[in-house]
Write a protein that binds this ligand. Structure first.
Ligand SMILES: Cc1cc2nc3c(=O)[nH]c(=O)nc-3n(C[C@H](O)[C@H](O)[C@H](O)COP(=O)(O)O)c2cc1C
Length: 286
């Protein structure tokens, strides 16, 4: 039987849900599917597969760094059909373009591109009282993902694929935010400024478990310390039950940008939202 690999990253589980549905849609067309979560160690050898799928959440209007790292490790795709999908909470920017271009540059042939809203656990918004896109992906979005899976196989085999246009650039403010969160800044600068309040931290290790890149270890006193492979997901701070961690995302210079993002998304009727509180690592709807 022909085989498809879907390689995805999913911190909050929404991308994983969509990946699962796409896989079901593909299986319906008598293809075998392997799902590979990029957090699960060594990736399988791509040469065993006929079609490659990539799934990821949008982080700061682009794909997360670890997803780009995975793509970099791929050999030349030599015309291998690929598809991609991403999850986003409010405004995705050009996250899709970046991955489409990278896979095409690797020699892949695009046969599917889709996106879907996903519950947005960006700490910066939760802390300020908002959960965007709650309850997404919905049942309808999941059944669209299932149908997308079937279409990908048709596009790769019998149909002519009409490649969608590339997405437009986001506005100036979002471009600035994306710039501020470029990888060299995140890894060489911000990751040096995570603060742990030693009076609060009890070395429970939750932040270490939550870090998707294994970037957090402990120092000689048992307190968390950050390496240079941060993807700025801020799950460490968000999940800390003792609120002992402060990320650079909390720096006051970020405040005007966050206010702008929230105001924009709150007034946008196409984006679902609910009011929440984030306290001691738990999100509660108000
Ligand atoms: C650190 C962080 C940054 C995010 N940045 C964006 C963004 O720029 N635009 C957007 O629309 N959604 C953004 N999101 C929302 C996620 O893309 C969305 O919630 C997605 O469904 C999460 O996927 P997952 O549940 O598989 O981790 C961000 C989420 C996090 C945690």
């Amino acid at each position: 039987m022909k085989k498809v690999i879907i390689a995805y990253f999913s911190q909050g589980g929404t991308t994983a849900k969509v990946a699962e549905q796409i896989a079901q849609g593909i299986k319906e067309k008598n293809y075998d599917v392997d799902l590979f979560n990029m957090q699960d160690g060594k990736p399988p050898d791509i040469n065993q597969y006929e079609i490659l799928g990539i799934g990821f959440p949008v982080y700061a209007f682009r794909p997360p760094f670890n997803v780009m790292d995975y793509i970099k490790t791929l050999p030349n795709l030599n015309g291998m059909p690929f598809f991609l999908f991403y999850l986003y909470g409010s405004y995705p920017g050009t996250a899709g373009n970046v991955v489409r271009r990278a896979l095409s540059k690797k020699g892949g042939k695009e046969v599917g591109y889709t996106r879907c809203r996903g519950e947005d656990y960006a700490m910066i918004y939760l802390k300020r009282g908002y959960l965007f896109s709650p309850g997404h992906p919905t049942e309808e979005e999941l059944s669209n993902a299932y149908a997308f899976g079937g279409n990908v196989i048709l596009n790769a085999t019998v149909k002519t694929y009409a490649k969608p246009q590339y997405d437009p650039q986001p506005g100036l403010i979002y471009n600035i935010e994306r710039f501020v969160l470029l990888r060299p800044f995140v890894n060489q600068l911000y990751s040096r400024f995570y603060i742990v309040e030693k009076e609060k931290c009890n070395s429970c290790g939750i932040c270490i478990k939550k870090c998707p890149t294994g970037n957090i270890t402990t120092n000689e006193k048992g307190f968390p310390k950050w390496g240079r492979n941060c993807i700025s997901c801020w799950y460490c701070e968000m999940s800390c039950p003792l609120e002992a961690i402060t990320c650079p995302a909390d720096w006051f210079i970020m405040e005007p940008f966050l206010k702008y993002n929230i105001k924009h998304a709150v007034s946008d009727l196409s984006i679902d939202k609910v009011k929440v509180t984030l306290s001691k690592g738990k999100v509660k709807r108000i």
